[in-house]
Design a protein around this ligand. Structure first.
Ligand code: C2O
Ligand code: CU
Ligand code: CU
Length: 495
C-alpha cells in the first residue's frame, strides 16, 4: 500500500475501532483512546546465508494518532523494516542517506566487529551518499531481539527522536524451544514523540536536554494504542524494544503477569514471573503472556516512573516544552496498546519450564570504576553549559578511556555519583555483559545485558568478556541527550 492509501485506511479503521472500545476495570476517562488498527512491520529475512537489504534514511510524513508528523524514517516507516538473520549469516545493508545532515548505522546488541564497515560508529555518511555495511554474525551468536539506529555523536538524540530505528532479530536456539515456537509472536517497538501544532518536532529546551527529550505521544510500532489479539488459552511472546530517546518504561498488562524469557542478550535460564517490566532506553526484553483470563480487553500500561534528577535544578522547576516529559510522566498511567482476547478456550498452552543455560563467566583480571555524573556551569554566552560525564570527562574521540585485552574478562563498577542526580542507562557496544550485583546485592537472575539502568547513588557491578573482535568501541549513556552531551567513553580492545 502506498502512503496515502495507508493513511486513509488508518483514519477509517481508527474511527470504527474506537467506537467498540470497552472499559474494563477502573478506567479513568483520561485513559480512553481509540484502539488503532494494526499494520504489520515490513521485514526482510536472510536467504541462503545472506541478508541483503537497502535502507534509506529520509524525511517522511507519518500519521501519529490524529496528527500528521514530519519525521525521519528508514524506508518510510516507523519502525524501519525488521531485519531477520541467523547465526553465521552474512549481512549486507546498502544504506543511503537522504537526510539533510550526516548519519550512520549502529547495530545495538549485536556481537560483530566495531571496525571497518561493520558496527563502526566512527563512520559518517554525508547527505545523498550511500555506504554498504557488511558483516557476518558469528556461528555462536545468541538468538534475540536487537535494535538498529543512527549513532553519529552529537546527532544521536535528534535523529532517534525524529523517528529513526528498527528491530534486528537473530533467530536461533531460543526460537526452537517447542512452547516458544508455539507462542504467537508480537514485536513491540516503543517510542515517544513530541509534536507542535504543525506536526513538527519542537526544538528541545534546556530542561529537555538535561532530562533527555521526551514526548507525550507514546507509540508502539509507530501507532497510537494499537490493538493486539491474544488467543484464549494461548501463549503470546512479546518482544519489546524501548526505542525511546530518553523515556524509561514501567510496563504492565492489566490482570496479566509477564513471564520474562529473554533480556538484551537473549534467553535467560528459566522464565521469571514479573508483575511489571522496567525498560530503560535501548533495553529489550521478551516476555510470555498467557491468555488465561476472561475474554475482553486489557490495556498495556506505561506506569508512572520517576527517574530523578531535578535536584540539581532546585526541584521547583517544572518540565520543559514537551508536555509529558519525565516530570509529567510521573503523574498518571498511560495506555500504549490494547490486548483483546479472541476465540474460546479449548486447551491451555503450557509454559516452558527451562530455557537455555546462561554461561558462567570466569573471574575478572581487572576491576575498573566508572563514575557517572553531570556538571553545570555558566557558558560563554547567556546559557548554562551542561555536560554529562564518565569519570569527570566528556567524550573525546582522540582519547582511550579503557584499554582492555582481547580474550580477557573484566569487572566494571558503574557508580552514579550525583547525590540526587538522575538515573542513567549504561550501554556498552560489541560485547554483552552480565550483572554481578546492584548495590552489593547479587543479581536475581543471571542474564546477558548490554544496556542497564543505574539510579542515583547506585553501584552496579558488571562482568564483561572481551571476545573475538579487536578495535575501538564505546560505552555511553543511552539517554541519548546525555550521550550527545559527552557521556560516552572509548574502549580499545587490544590484541
Ligand atoms: Cu543503542 Cu551506542 O547505542
Ligand atoms: Cu549500542
Ligand atoms: Cu544519562
Amino acid at each position: 500500500m502506498n502512503l496515502i492509501n495507508r493513511r486513509k485506511f488508518l483514519m477509517l479503521s481508527g474511527g470504527v475501532a474506537g467506537s467498540v472500545l470497552l472499559t474494563r476495570c477502573t478506567t479513568s476517562p483520561a485513559l480512553l483512546l481509540p484502539i488503532g488498527q494494526r499494520t504489520a512491520i515490513a521485514s526482510t529475512t536472510s536467504n541462503n546465508g545472506l541478508l541483503e537489504v537497502a535502507l534509506e534514511a529520509r524525511p517522511s510524513l507519518i500519521n501519529l494518532g490524529r496528527q500528521q508528523a514530519h519525521l525521519i524514517t528508514y524506508n518510510g516507516s516507523i519502525p524501519g523494516p525488521r531485519l531477520e538473520a541467523k547465526p553465521g549469516d552474512r549481512v549486507r545493508i546498502r544504506f543511503t542517506n537522504k537526510l539533510s545532515q550526516p548519519t550512520n548505522l549502529h547495530y545495538h546488541g549485536l556481537h560483530i566487529p566495531p571496525t571497518e564497515n561493520a558496527d563502526n560508529i566512527f563512520l559518517s555518511v554525508p547527505p545523498n551518499e550511500t555506504l554498504t555495511y557488511e558483516f557476518t554474525l558469528p556461528q555462536n551468536h545468541p538468538a534475540g531481539t536487537f535494535y538498529y539506529h543512527p549513532h553519529l555523536h552529537e546527532l544521536v538524540a535528534e535523529q532517534v527522536f525524529g523517528g529513526l530505528g528498527g528491530i534486528f532479530v537473530v533467530r536461533g536456539e531460543l526460537d526452537k524451544i517447542p512452547e516458544i515456537e508455539a507462542a504467537k509472536e508480537e514485536f513491540l517497538f516503543i517510542k515517544d514523540f513530541a509534536l507542535d501544532a504543525n506536526g513538527q518536532i519542537p526544538t528541545p529546551g534546556h530542561i529537555d536536554l538535561m532530562q533527555g527529550r521526551e514526548g507525550n505521544i507514546l507509540t508502539v510500532n509507530g501507532q497510537v494504542n494499537p490493538g493486539f489479539s491474544l488467543v484464549a488459552g494461548g501463549l503470546s511472546r512479546l518482544r519489546i524494544v524501548n526505542a525511546s530517546t530518553s523515556r524509561f518504561y514501567r510496563l504492565q498488562l492489566e490482570n496479566h503477569p509477564f513471564f520474562l524469557i529473554a533480556t538484551d542478550g537473549g534467553a535467560i535460564a528459566e522464565p521469571v514471573e514479573l508483575s511489571e517490566l522496567l525498560l530503560s532506553p535501548g533495553e529489550r526484553a521478551e516476555v510470555l503472556v498467557q491468555g488465561n483470563r476472561s475474554p475482553g480487553q486489557y490495556r498495556l500500561l506505561s506506569l508512572p516512573y520517576d527517574r530523578g534528577g531535578m535536584g540539581m535544578m532546585g526541584g521547583g522547576m517544572m518540565g520543559g516544552m514537551y508536555h509529558g516529559n519525565s516530570r509529567d510522566s510521573t503523574q498518571a498511567p498511560q495506555v500504549i496498546a490494547t490486548v483483546t482476547y479472541q476465540g474460546a478456550n479449548p486447551t491451555t498452552l503450557p509454559q516452558p519450564q527451562k530455557l537455555l543455560p546462561v554461561e558462567s563467566l570466569p573471574q575478572p583480571i581487572t576491576t575498573r570504576r566508572i563514575e557517572m555524573s553531570m556538571s553545570m556551569g555558566m557558558g560563554s554566552g547567556m546559557g548554562m553549559q551542561m555536560a554529562f560525564l564518565f569519570n569527570g570527562k566528556v567524550f573525546d574521540m582522540n582519547r582511550v578511556d579503557a584499554a582492555v585485552k582481547l580474550g580477557t574478562v573484566e569487572d566494571w563498577e558503574l557508580v552514579n555519583v550525583d547525590p540526587d542526580g538522575m538515573e542513567h542507562s549504561f550501554h556498552l557496544h560489541t560485547n554483552p555483559f552480565q550483572v554481578v550485583s546492584r548495590n552489593g546485592q547479587p543479581d536475581p537472575y543471571r542474564a546477558w545485558e548490554d544496556t542497564l539502568r543505574v539510579r542515583a547513588n547506585e553501584t552496579v557491578r558488571i562482568r564483561i568478556p572481551f571476545r573475538d573482535y579487536p578495535g575501538k568501541t564505546v560505552y555511553h549513556c543511552h539517554v541519548l541527550d546525555h550521550e550527545d552531551l559527552g557521556m560516552m567513553g572509548m574502549v580499545e580492545i587490544q590484541e
